[in-house]
Design a protein around this ligand. Sequence first.
Ligand code: F6P
Length: 555
Amino acid sequence: MPTDLHAWNALLQHHDTIRDTPMREWFDDANAERRVSAFSVEAAGLYLDYSKNRITPETFDLLMRLAEEAGVPCRREAMFTGEHINATEDRAALHVALRALPDAPFRVDGVSVMPGIHDVLRRMQDFSERVRGGKWTGHTGETITDVVNIGIGGSDLGPRMVCRALAHLADRVGPRMHFVSNVDGTELAETLVRLNPARTLVIVCSKTFTTLETMANACSMRDWFLTHGVPEHHLACHFVAVSTNTEAVRKFGIDPANMFEFWDWIGGRFSLWSSVGLSIALAVGFDAFEDLLRGARAMDDHFRTAPLAQNMPVVMAMLGIWYRNFFNMPTSCMAPYSTSLELFPAFLQQLEMESNGKSVQLDGRHVRAHTSPVVWGTAGTNGQHAYFQMIHQGSQIVPVDFVAPLVPPRELPGHHAKLLANCFAQAEALMRGRSAEELHAAGVTDPARVPHMVFEGNRPSNTLLMEDLTPHVLGALIALYEHRTFVQGVVWNINSFDQWGVELGKILARPIEGELKGDGSDGSDVSDGAHDASTRSLIARARAVLSRQTSVPSN
Ligand code: F6P
């Protein structure tokens, strides 16, 4: 139990002594510069300033003791050495091997995984260069101009986010990328109207190759090709698969020769470094994809070797624990000050909440502490004009991670200084706040307004800076958050690599689909007696509308 650890209890006591201390006191005294240098760290092209947190050197030492006592170094080694740390699925979690050098000693069950990984990487390189170079063509011999990645969750969010973040590197050589994830047909239908079937390539990306959304979209995509003049025997030019499930890929009708393999010891949300990143290699080129891997590897090396107190993922993880478990803050905000990183919060939602949204420990007992916070956020400055009011003056405190490239991926004169100024100003305002005295000094004396204009401050944030948004630094950034997530899971003593919580809804959806169609298809039982009254009434309401729609001939 994390709550039984000495450091946990020492932190509880320490929290009582520190919880009301305003951070600005630490910034107003002569040691402020020293605080900033003590509470900042650099690694793999990233600079983290974590001085605007509600911590003293004593807090920090206790947090590091907690990491040590919870077994972070030992679990970290277990991950890097391919132990089956994903205990409920009896699997290793070895995504770090995907970005390692060919001669790295990564093994699963005694067998080196490196030859397999590098074999797939070479195939990805060859394929992406053929498509980008116009040598892989559609069935009429025309070059591929558009690629649709069909996948969901980890088979979508990671590559979609990276393609968005590196869009400034997408050249005219590469095809346009489209991502379709939702089973809501609107997404696919809206994508299809922009495509020419003769020049479109589809990547069906699914670890299991059984996911309902992905298979439904893949089937509709196949129908679209067939009804738009692509003969069945030419479909192979337009479909490739990324999966661990060769049999299902074959059954769907994709030649396993056109399948890019990955392995069950890679969790979906940790998979963008594998063939799941094929769309990235197609969009920005294989060299850039390799640079992404190199950046992640630099962060892996740092995570594995740096002492805990100078270890960026460990420091960030423990700060998160401090707020989640000792201040009881239920959410945390990711605020990238970069439109290029606008999808990073969505990626992080799956990474953190699917990994650490658990309430049962590794040993099957209930965790007695809160686990994953709700993760949310959007790109700045947009968030400032939507929800930052709540972050500044709301009744719940939200720790914020500000992330900003110092050099803009694309520059229009004058914009970037404004963007950065806002980023830094938000962090400063959250920390300092504004007192009634300061308002008076600024001439605001109306007693009816002053209380509304006071900012309590003392609201924590991290600021994470990078020079340019290169593939390398992006790789490091993603790996940073992967390891941060893992460390928190270790402290909470949970399995960050399974996701049983998403299963039940999927199972229950199957019979409901049959009931909505009213035909018992999908092997479902059309009798609705098994549902609760609310679900029964929702199904009946939907069925009434659906049956009306199907009985009206469309024009
Ligand atoms: O529904 C959860 C989940 O299993 C994720 O963990 C995973 O990333 C996603 O579905 C997609 O799974 P697959 O790649 O097997 O289609």
